[in-house]
Design a protein around this ligand. Structure first.
Ligand SMILES: CC(C)(COP(=O)(O)OP(=O)(O)OC[C@H]1O[C@@H](n2cnc3c(N)ncnc32)[C@H](O)[C@@H]1OP(=O)(O)O)[C@@H](O)C(=O)NCCC(=O)NCCS
Length: 175
């Protein structure tokens, strides 16, 4: 987010709109503060933003832990969110792959996430269910993505114009 800190309030608003019902204990200011703590380059944590025609269209975070219970290893893919007008163009998949590639570059062998209702979506992207548990008052799937070797979806979900808050350009693109 070093390059686009001014977008943080808008991204936090998207986060609030999407997940306020899951995390009602967080207000908009809390979400802004949390995102401001996820600024970084080539490190954990960092946050990646997809740009379409130079405007933020979605974002995703690479964090050390995303479940406060911390029963699972690190790192985690968190807060994958594409603004509604931009959905269905491969942006969410590209963001997920971008974070996976960054985690692998940073030495991780596995990447984790939890999801309330997107298990089928991530299964399509090569993620496996590791466990099912209750979290934030609902059932979630904890999923893992093995990072060793080739990331098969990386090239097929490339978004034409993506620049990152956290990790620079997507893998393989010039900065
Ligand atoms: C989930 C989300 C990130 C996907 O972003 P996106 O940019 O629309 O996704 P993509 O374009 O990469 O992929 C779309 C494909 O996934 C499919 N898909 C979307 N949601 C799905 C689901 N719940 N289960 C299975 N497939 C799903 C779409 O049908 C589409 O399929 P197609 O390519 O055959 O047409 C986006 O819908 C979003 O922000 N949702 C709200 C926040 C959220 O739930 N985030 C995930 C947190 S775990």
């Amino acid at each position: 987010m070093a390059d686009h800190r001014d977008a943080i309030p808008m991204l936090a608003r998207w986060h609030q709109d999407e997940w306020a019902s899951r995390t009602p204990h967080l207000n908009l200011g809390d979400r802004i503060a949390r995102l401001e703590n996820l600024v970084g380059r080539h490190q954990i944590p960092s946050t990646f933003v997809a740009l379409v025609e130079d405007r933020p269209a979605g974002f995703a975070c690479l964090v050390a832990h995303d479940m406060e219970t911390r029963r699972y290893p690190s790192p985690w893919l968190a807060s994958v969110l594409v603004a509604p007008p931009y959905r269905g163009r491969g942006i969410g998949s590209a963001l997920s792959e971008w974070v996976a590639e960054e985690a692998r570059d940073l030495g991780a062998n596995d990447l984790f996430l939890y999801t309330f209702n997107k298990e089928a979506y991530y299964t399509r992207l090569g993620w496996k269910v590791l466990a099912r548990t209750d979290y934030l008052g609902a059932s979630v799937a904890v999923m893992v993505r093995h990072l060793a070797g080739h990331l098969p979806y990386l090239n097929s979900y490339r978004v034409p114009s993506m620049r990152g808050f956290g990790g620079g350009p997507p893998p393989g693109e010039p900065s």
